[in-house]
Design a protein around this ligand. Structure first.
Ligand code: UD1
Length: 423
C-alpha cells in the first residue's frame, strides 16, 4: 500500500489545473448505457473510481477507449450488453448504484450488487429502490443483489412523481437517467441541486433527452423513445478545487486554480474569506492569496448550495491550525469524523459530541505517521501534513487515489515537499 511522505512548512505558489469532476464523470459514464450510439466524454479525470467504472461497464460489454493525453474517453454501449454489476466491482465504489437506473430504462432489467464504498456511515439505497419502483420497476434484494425488472405487462419504465425522504445526489441522478427513456412525464421533487447533476442533465439533453428545472429542487423530464450519442465536457471538480483552496489557506501562498469554478464553491469561499484569505474569481479560474494565521470558522455541512460534506475534513484541518475556536457540524453522514483521531495524533485539539466537533486552534501540527480512512478524510490529512512541523507520513493513500487526479504531483509543482513511497 502506497504512502505519502510530506515535509511540512512550505508555502504553495503557482498555477494548478483543476481536473474534471469525479462525481460528474461517474454518472456520465453510466449515462452512456442509455444509448446504442457512441458517446465522447472530454476532461475525464484519471482516478481509481473512474478506472473502476470503466471496468464495471466493460464487464457489461461496453467498449471504452481512453486517450490519456487529453482526457477524452470514447464509450460505446451498442454491442450485446449484460445488465449486471457484480459485487467484486461494486464493493469498492458506491457510485456503481448509478448503473441501475440506465440499465432498467434501456434493457428493462438489471442485477446490481448492493454497494460498499466509503466507510462514512450506513449509506443505504432504499430511496433509489422506492423511486424506481414508483416508475414501474419490480426490485427484490436477494443474496446481496438488487434484482430489478419491469412490472408485469410493462415494456418500459413509466413516468412518475418522486419525492424522496431526503435529498440524495446519486438517487436524483438515477431517477433523472431512468426518466429520460420512461413513458410520459417524471417529476422529481426534493431533487439534489449539485452542479454535477446540472452537468449530467446537460449531457442527457445533448443526447436528446427532454429535461427542465435541473439545478433546482424540482426537475421535470418528458421521456423519449431513444437517445443518441453526443460529445460532452465534464464540469470542473469543485471538491478538488476546494481542497487546493484549503491547502493554500493553511500553508500561505498565492495560487491560481485554472478551470476552477468559484460559482460552484460559494459556501466554502465565503468561509475562507471570513477566515482572512483573499479569494477571487478570475478569468478562467480562482485565485487565492493567504498569509499569516487565519481565524477558525464554524460551519454546518448541508446539501448544495450549502457547505459540502465532501469539504468538511479539509476545512477542519485548516481550522485546527487557525486562531480561536470553531464548531463543525456534520449533518449529511453519521460517521464522517474518522479523520479527527488522526488529526489529534498530529496535535490538534478537537472534542466530538455526536455530529458536532469543537476545535480549539493550535499553532501548528506536529508531524507523525497517520492513516487515511476515507477519500476526503485523506485530503484533510494531506493538508495537515503540509503545515506540519517535520515529517508526516499518510498511510493508505489508495483512498486518496480514488478521487484525486495526481494530487501529489500537483502539490509538488506548487512547491510542496511531498513524495509517494511505493510499497
Ligand atoms: C454523493 C457523492 C458524495 C457526497 C454525497 C453528499 C457521488 C458519486 N457521491 O453521494 O461524494 O458525499 O453525495 O453530498 O456523487 N440516503 C439514504 N437512502 C438512500 C440514499 C441516501 O438514506 O437511498 C442518505 C445517505 O445515507 C446520506 C444522505 O442520504 O445520509 C445523502 O446521501 P446521498 O446524497 O445519496 O449521497 P451519495 O449520492 O451516495
Amino acid at each position: 500500500m502506497d504512502r505519502l511522505s510530506i515535509r511540512g512548512g512550505r508555502p504553495l505558489n503557482g498555477v494548478v489545473p483543476i481536473s474534471g469532476a469525479k462525481n460528474a464523470a461517474l454518472p456520465e459514464l453510466c449515462a452512456c448505457l442509455l444509448t446504442a450510439q457512441a458517446v465522447t466524454l472530454e476532461n475525464v479525470p484519471r482516478l481509481q473510481d473512474v478506472a473502476t467504472m470503466f471496468k464495471l461497464i466493460r464487464n457489461m460489454g461496453v467498449k471504452v477507449e481512453r486517450n490519456d493525453v487529453d482526457g477524452v474517453v470514447s464509450v460505446n454501449a451498442g454491442g450485446l450488453i449484460t445488465p449486471e454489476a457484480p459485487y467484486d466491482l461494486v464493493k469498492t465504489m458506491r457510485a456503481s448504484v448509478l448503473a441501475l437506473g440506465p440499465l432498467l430504462a434501456r434493457f428493462g432489467r438489471a442485477r446490481v450488487s448492493l454497494p460498499g464504498g466509503c466507510a462514512i456511515g450506513s449509506r443505504p439505497v432504499d430511496q433509489h429502490i422506492i423511486g424506481l419502483t414508483a416508475m414501474g420497476a419490480e426490485i427484490v434484494v436477494e443474496h446481496g443483489y438488487m434484482i430489478a425488472k419491469l412490472g408485469q405487462g410493462l415494456t418500459r419504465l413509466q413516468g412518475a412523481r418522486i419525492a424522496t425522504d431526503m435529498v440524495t445526489v446519486t438517487g436524483t441522478e438515477n431517477f433523472l437517467m431512468a426518466a429520460t427513456l420512461a413513458q410520459g412525464e417524471t417529476i422529481l421533487e426534493n431533487a439534489a441541486q449539485e452542479p454535477e447533476i446540472g452537468d449530467l442533465a446537460e449531457m442527457l439533453i445533448a443526447m436528446g433527452a427532454k429535461i427542465e428545472g435541473h439545478g433546482t429542487s424540482h426537475i421535470r423530464v418528458e421521456g423519449v423513445d431513444s437517445l443518441h450519442g453526443c460529445r460532452h465536457r465534464v464540469v470542473a471538480d469543485r471538491i478538488e478545487a476546494g481542497t487546493f483552496l484549503c491547502a493554500v489557506a493553511a500553508t500561505g501562498g498565492d495560487v491560481l486554480l485554472t478551470n476552477g469554478r468559484a460559482d460552484h464553491l460559494e459556501a466554502v469561499i465565503e468561509k475562507l474569506r471570513s477566515a482572512g484569505a483573499s479569494v477571487t474569481a478570475v478569468d478562467g479560474g480562482i485565485r487565492i492569496q493567504s498569509s499569516g494565521r487565519l481565524k477558525a470558522q464554524s460551519f454546518r455541512t448541508t446539501e448544495y448550495p450549502g457547505f459540502p460534506t465532501d469539504m468538511q475534513a479539509q476545512f477542519m484541518a485548516l481550522n485546527c491550525v487557525s486562531s480561536g475556536s470553531a464548531t463543525v457540524t456534520e449533518t449529511i453522514f453519521e460517521n464522517r469524523f474518522m479523520h479527527v483521531n488522526e488529526l489529534v495524533r498530529l496535535g490538534a485539539r478537537i472534542q466530538i459530541d455526536g455530529r458536532i466537533a469543537v476545535i480549539e486552534g493550535v499553532e501548528k501540527f506536529s508531524g507523525a505517521t497517520i492513516m487515511a480512512t476515507d477519500l476526503r478524510a485523506s485530503a484533510g490529512l494531506v493538508i495537515a501534513g503540509l503545515v506540519g512541523d517535520g515529517d508526516t507520513v499518510v498511510d493508505r493513500v489508495y483512498h486518496l487515489d480514488r478521487g484525486y487526479d495526481q494530487m501529489e504531483s500537483k502539490l509538488r509543482a506548487l512547491g510542496a515537499d511531498i513524495e509517494r513511497i511505493r510499497t
